[in-house]
Write a protein that binds this ligand. Structure first.
Ligand code: SF4
Length: 469
């Protein structure tokens, strides 16, 4: 990760990236920018004079993790080399100066429009500086305390010319195809943090894909708030099918994986392109949030239970062995036992592979945050446990379909003779892995054919049958 910088006086900088892959991409652009500006990048924050915390701020749990991380880093002022604690990302953009008042440990705070200005920030160079309030550049002393509900528009999105240093293992990389979201989900603060939907051009994304392929990247994980809406703002109608078609033809890229699909926006056009190219992984990451019509309506989600059932059937008719990932919220205001049982029933009928559940987080500045009938924390936790229990049984059964199959896998880790990999049906960092037995001289990033011998609710086990794709 850290290119050798000869200038010994160069400041040492560590970047801590929290939250989702979209934030990971921002952190990697910061790393690229800092390397370009001859900062000495170090992995261990304890070694760094400057630590940048790229925060997440969309729900209570992630806010807590960000604040705990900031406070932990602040302790390095005594125990480490820390001279400057710099905070950016969603929590910084959401709360602005209020965060700095709450946490005087923070030296410099910057917003989402300053991802590529980070080097200036830590050099303490005046402009550009902290443009999260008006999108214009202001000197620090001009800043007015920011009211939580006067969030200003994030307008930045990187492009293929942005310097970027990958923080993921070299064989896969996230590619952010758009930023922001215009949907009205009543529980979600993201549109107010990340701004309106804005797509990069197909040419720009293809250019980045070729750059990454030339660096040895084999798998592209496409991320956005909503990938199915890609291009609508720029080309007048969704262009995700056209983008996939282009990326599937980039030399050197073996897997193109699509994340964050909005259920009612999954078109037959994109399903056909996904079915056409083996390079596009048969993998569907579709956050559904709930399955009860009553709750979907209250969440202002487009679509009802019938649409969700039909979507699962459409995916499986076009791509029979597709792997499906989703996320759901339990304990949304007004959620009755009947609503919750509807969700459990949907888990049993849809047989999805990987599912994450969140206990509803009451967020200020969101319509749901003001709703009556908030569900008690105790009931939320009970429903969370029940949802996981039901899903684990579903996944255990559904993963038996891989036993006896020979799948392509990439080696992710080799530790103490345990070799973990991922098949085309498993995304990095969020899904299960395949434990690979009998692979001679295993190396991270190596491709191998694996005959699956066991399927469990999360992971698979298999024996290596041949090397290569
Ligand atoms: S689609 Fe809904 S949940 Fe997702 S980022 Fe947009 S508003 Fe939030």
């Amino acid at each position: 990760m850290s290119p050798k910088i000869t200038d010994k006086s160069a400041k040492t900088v560590a970047v801590i990236s929290l939250g989702c892959p979209k934030n990971t991409v921002d952190s990697e652009v910061m790393l690229g920018k800092l390397a370009k500006d001859n900062y000495m990048l170090v992995k261990d924050p304890a070694e760094a004079e400057v630590v940048i915390v790229n925060t997440c701020g969309f729900i209570e749990a992630s806010k807590k993790e960000s604040i705990d991380t900031i406070l932990d880093v602040a302790k390095l002022r005594k125990s480490g080399n820390l001279k400057s604690l710099v905070v950016g990302g969603c929590l910084a953009h959401r709360y602005g100066d209020d965060l700095k008042k709450e946490l005087p440990e923070i030296d410099i705070l910057f917003g989402l429009n300053d991802v590529e200005n980070v080097a200036q920030q830590i050099k303490g160079i005046a402009s550009p500086k902290l443009s999260w309030q008006t999108g214009e550049h202001h000197h620090e002393e001009d800043l007015k305390p920011m009211l939580p509900n006067s969030l200003n528009e994030a307008t930045y999105v990187y492009d293929a010319s942005s310097p970027r240093l990958l923080s993921t293992p070299g064989h896969f990389a996230y590619v952010k195809i758009s930023e922001g979201c215009d949907l009205p989900c009543t529980f979600c603060i993201i549109p107010k943090i990340r701004g309106h939907y804005r797509s990069r051009s197909i040419e720009d994304i293809e250019k980045e894909a070729k750059n990454l392929a030339s660096q040895g990247v084999k798998e592209l994980c496409l991320v956005a708030q909503d990938s199915t809406w890609y291009g609508s703002d720029r080309y007048g109608r969704p262009q995700i099918a056209q983008l996939l078609d282009r990326l599937a033809q980039v030399e050197g890229i073996e897997w193109v994986r699509l994340h964050y699909l909005y259920p009612s926006r999954v078109t037959d056009e994109m399903l056909d392109v996904m079915a056409k190219y083996p390079r596009i992984t048969p993998y569907f990451d579709v956050p559904l949030q709930h399955a009860s019509n009553h709750i979907l309506k209250s969440m202002q989600r487009i679509g009802d239970r019938a649409l969700l059932d039909k979507l699962i059937a459409r995916i499986r008719s076009k791509i029979p062995n597709a792997s499906i990932r989703s996320t759901f919220i339990v304990g949304f205001p007004g959620e009755t036992d009947e609503d919750f049982n509807e969700l459990l029933d949907f888990l049993k009928t849809s047989q999805m592979d990987y599912v994450g559940f969140f206990a509803y987080s009451q967020e200020e500045n969101t319509p749901a945050g003001l709703m009556e009938n908030q569900v008690s924390e105790k009931l939320k936790q009970a429903r969370l446990a029940e949802a996981y229990r039901v899903q684990e049984a579903v996944a255990e059964k559904s993963h038996q379909r891989w036993v006896g199959e020979t799948l392509t896998a990439v080696v992710e880790t080799v530790e103490n003779e345990e070799v973990q990999g991922r098949t085309q049906y498993q995304a990095p960092e969020v899904d299960g892995v395949v434990l690979i037995e009998g692979l001679q001289n295993p190396k991270v990033g190596q491709w191998v054919k694996v005959e699956i011998t066991h399927g469990f609710q999360q992971d698979l086990v298999g024996k290596a049958v041949s090397q290569g794709l």
